[in-house]
Design a protein around this ligand. Structure first.
Ligand code: ADP
Length: 535
């Protein structure tokens, strides 16, 4: 076997180490330092550097050096300019080196420089100096260094590609992260590899916990039949493949909220048509779904609520107008009473609907003035008591000297009438209905309580929603469009107050609201009943 000369063996050894370093690390200065150190060593030099063309201005700048301190780099500028000038003579180079040696007191007596070439284009230079006076660099030395120059060029190329890839990745990450829609990236096993902030918000899953899990576990989209369609009908697994499959359904967030989402997938497939992964674009469509549901409820409730009185009116009117029947006066009066009541109901419903649409169009307009709340309450209670069966007892509980409230009297009448008629409607056994209040520093607190069926805790926040009616047998027996409390709350809030409920199922309910006082300074000494007083 042919024996290699010692320096060639060393060169081979160094080159192997450099290429290992290039593959093992992407730290460019680290690899270049190694290259320049070995290059200096192999040709028995004393100093050396690698300078690279800056992409911005194409000037050569020292990237790493061997035995030259960074604060000395500035002195090499004239030499770098000569090295970067095509056709510069050996004399010019020698003069530039001499000047540096002189200024830095360094024994830079011999120099060899070789370009770093990348596909024929110069991207920098490697320079080695010797301190010995009479030992010039040979062609062999140059050939040795050239191998290092090539390695350095590869390292630079790798690092630049890596840098570009990292920047691209960061740009993509930023776009994904900032997206208002939820974005998650899935691998070929449907496991989440990327999960943006909007996804965290939408699902309640922190990204650290979501990443690595199957998307069916994190998202778990359920259909109307409560089946997890991610497990049973994932569109990414379905054939024939759709271009941009979309799934809509309900998810339960990590913190127990229910949301409706639409998830669109952009899958990627390999050359053998194998699934490689997908990007999922997830949107919260809860508001839209609820709006659709409300619209459907609205139509069914309203048509029912409108049809019932119309049918009754029509029934009575056609019965009373029959020419073949000879009705006595009492029957006619009863019939006309029913017609009048049902017309009032229709009128009220239409008024409520108009108020709802006014509210949606930008709020209610109120005509404020001082209102004597106890007197108003008395009138309303009398009117309601007159049309209520006798197994109800109404009690008014206002202290004397109750200060006037700052309110729109007509709207306030609607709120009180609604709360009182609900108290009657939802107390099938009758009982005591109280309407009372007391004054605090700048507001009045008013309540209407009953001993009726009460409201389950889970329904309590929802009864103030538009068209919401508790789904129980009483709800089905009683008439109502689910608008009364929605409007009552809107009216109270338009006054700057609050309306809420306290209730125990089977024991009764108490609706409480606040209103501003006309004169807000003087606190009125009144006895405030405890809110959880036994009815
Ligand atoms: P409506 O009475 O027309 O259905 P509301 O908005 O006035 O509409 O009330 C919404 C729902 O709240 C009712 O359907 C009923 O289930 C419940 N509710 C209201 N007031 C009472 C009450 N005093 N006691 C029990 N349930 C009530």
């Amino acid at each position: 076997m042919l024996e290699l000369p010692d320096y060639q063996l060393r060169q081979r050894d160094y080159l192997i180490r450099i290429s290992q370093a290039i593959t093992a690390q992407l730290d460019l200065p680290g690899v270049l330092s190694l290259v320049v150190r070995y290059a200096v060593e192999i040709v028995a030099g004393n100093y050396g550097f690698i300078a690279l063309h800056e992409e911005s201005d194409d000037e050569l700048r020292i990237a790493v050096a061997n035995n030259i301190a960074p604060e000395q780099y500035a002195e090499f500028k004239p030499l770098l300019r000569v090295l970067g000038t095509p056709g510069a003579t050996a004399k010019e180079r020698a003069r530039a080196v001499l000047r540096i040696a002189d200024r830095l007191h360094l024994p830079l007596r011999q120099m060899v420089s070789l370009p770093l070439l990348l596909r024929g284009d110069p991207i920098g230079v490697i320079v080695v100096f010797r301190a010995a006076v009479n030992v010039a660099f040979t062609l062999d030395d140059q050939a040795l260094i050239e191998a290092f120059a090539n390695q350095a060029a590869v390292a630079v190329q790798n690092a630049r590609l890596y840098q570009a890839a990292v920047q691209e990745q960061q740009r993509l990450n930023a776009i994904i992260e900032q997206s208002a829609d939820g974005v998650m990236i899935l691998d070929w096993r449907w496991r989440i590899t990327s999960f943006n902030r909007a996804m965290e918000h939408l699902t309640g899953w922190p990204r650290e916990e979501a990443i690595g899990r199957p998307c069916a576990e994190v998202l778990g989209i359920h259909n109307d039949q409560n089946i997890n369609i991610c497990l049973t009908a994932c569109p990414l697994q379905r054939l024939p493949r759709m271009a941009n499959p979309t799934v809509e359904g309900r998810i339960t967030t990590r913190d127990g909220r229910e949301r409706y989402i639409s998830s669109r997938y952009s899958p990627t497939y390999g050359s053998d048509d194998e699934f490689l992964g997908a990007i999922a674009n997830v949107r919260d469509i809860t508001a839209q779904i609820l709006e659709d549901q409300q619209q459907a409820t609205f139509i069914s409730v309203i048509s029912h609520e409108l049809k019932t009185p119309v049918a009754i009116i029509k029934g009575y009117a056609s019965t009373l107008s029959r020419t073949d029947a000879n009705w006595d006066i009492a029957t006619v009066r009863d019939g006309l009473n029913v017609i009048e009541e049902e017309s009032d109901r229709l009128n009220e419903l239409i008024g409520n609907l108009l108020d709802v649409s006014r509210l949606q169009a930008g709020g209610l307009r109120l005509r404020f003035g001082p209102v004597d709340l106890p007197a108003l309450s008395e009138r309303i209670v009398q009117a309601i008591a007159a049309t209520t069966p006798t197994h109800f007892e109404f009690q008014l509980r206002f202290p004397s000297g109750f200060p006037p409230v700052h309110a729109d009297e007509e709207r306030l009448r609607m709120v009180l009438s609604n709360l009182l008629s609900n108290a009657v409607k939802y107390s099938p056994e009758g009982g005591v209905i109280r309407l009372g209040g007391w004054a605090e520093a700048d507001e009045a607190i008013v309540y209407v309580s009953d001993q009726g069926v009460g409201i389950a805790p889970e329904d309590q926040p929802r009864i103030f929603d538009r068209f919401y009616r508790v789904d129980n047998s009483l709800g089905r027996q009683t008439q109502g469009a689910g608008l009364g409390l929605y409007l009552a709350r809107a009216i109270v809030e338009a006054h700057g107050g609050k309306l809420w409920v306290e209730s125990q199922p089977g024991r009764g309910s108490r609706f409480i609201f606040t209103l501003p006082l006309e004169l807000r300074s003087l606190p009125v000494e009144t006895a405030a009943p405890p809110l959880l007083e036994q009815e």
